[in-house]
Design a binder for this molecule. Sequence first.
Ligand SMILES: Nc1nc2c(ncn2[C@@H]2O[C@H](COP(=O)(O)OP(=O)(O)O)[C@@H](O)[C@H]2O)c(=O)[nH]1
Ligand SMILES: [Mg+2]
Length: 487
Amino acid sequence: MPKSNLKSKESKATEEKPNEKKENIIKSIVLSIFDENGPTPKLYWPQELDDKARFSIAMKTISLLMGESTYQNGTETEGINYFGILPFPDLKLNGLTYFFLIPEAKARGQALASTITVLIDEEDKVFFYENMKYLRIIIDRAATRIQDSNNPSEYKEILANLRVELFEFTKELKDPLSPRRQIKILLTGLDKAGKTSFLYGVKRKYSEIIKSLPTKGVDRTEEKIFEEQNSTITIWDLGGQKQYRERFLEQGKVYIYNIDLMFFFIDIQDIERIKEALSLFKNILNSLKELDEYPPIVVCLNKFDPDLKGSKEIFESLEVIADEINENTDTFFIKIFQTSIFDHWSLITAYSYGLSQLSPNRELFRNQLRKFAKKINSDSILLLNENGIILSTYSKSEIYEKVFEISAPHFETLYKTFKEFKLLKKDFIVSSGITDESKKVVFKKIIVEKYNLYLLLFIEKTLDLEKIEKNLPNFSKNLIDLIHTYI
Ligand SMILES: Nc1nc2c(ncn2[C@@H]2O[C@H](COP(=O)(O)OP(=O)(O)O)[C@@H](O)[C@H]2O)c(=O)[nH]1
Ligand SMILES: [Mg+2]
């Protein structure tokens, strides 16, 4: 596949000063474009980056972006703009890749699939996770300049500029990198809002919910999404009693400093304390602002038990709360969920959503699901890990998504029950005749390297199990790299 007909004047992103390269954490930058020759590393730095390395970078990044069928059918160009972290084990490098399209009238789909990949030594990978929000801005800016330029000869200067900006940025890093990314998740809210029960519920430790005593101070637990992950995820469950709350706000820094994700719980059944809850929420946001910290926030309107779903009073109160919370969305990224310990899936959905915010690969994951859905004619896909945490979803419509979210745990239970009683010959169950004869739901175990994952598929047209089996290996293969760098 490698083509060696690169023009030499194109092949160098910028002049480099001696020994600058050794000092900097950034080892390489590659601009790849899918042109008439296939995925091609158009510009790269350093100049001595070998042929094989730069072509493998172009191949891997562009093929994840495009998917094999898209080469022939590049009509879908909308919404292609995402970041991902990819391992390059052969090169002992990790890459942060930005996928984007360069408008090009003559090209198929009027655009050229392109990637900018910034590479560092694999042992430095924490650098990407910790600095994602700044790196995104810097790289996005370069990509936008490329998209806006009508003249490929300008790319060289844009890339040289990108390198200068990245070097500027990395010069300011003082701390030596820790080998693992430390992720801190905070559960907050008034006492009795249901924080501790939520965590037990997510972990299916139902007997603990009954036994649980008010949390004193802070309880710390760890989360693992994959057995091997690049991060240590610590969940801080804060005691909500008044004395702890006061301490919390006094010493806010200790708790909210450097958090990566915050869950805030409101007991919607405790109407008398809703004001108090909202005021605590505001206080916490103010503390965050003072610290200049803007973690994603998941608000759980909790204790929305199944038997309350018809209550008009609750419904109206939920709207009022949501409005107040949403007043802060210009400064914070906030997502609201309705949760209840009696609805396991509501917990999982909120929890998984929060965790997915921590993964730089969430957009890439979704893209893989979307591609797979297309190939197998599926209208909805959900990918779960062994613990039932949703790694990613893709749905053609919101209705499907909703129905799927509600029914997924039932299929999981069905699957596990049949499995337990050894009634499954193969690793899937198919259910049909749900809404009408032709619509099918498939719940299937897939093995990706050493991980057991579960797929839930909704198929409106004819179910073709062979087609699913045929496309699975490629789908799984594409997931491997994404899983290695998921979090
Ligand atoms: N009805 C209902 N009760 C809940 C729910 N979640 C928690 N609880 C109850 O609310 C009380 C306080 O829960 P806890 O988890 O200790 O709250 P925390 O102080 O925020 O950690 C306990 O009696 C729980 O059983 C829920 O979703 N619905
Ligand atoms: Mg508690």
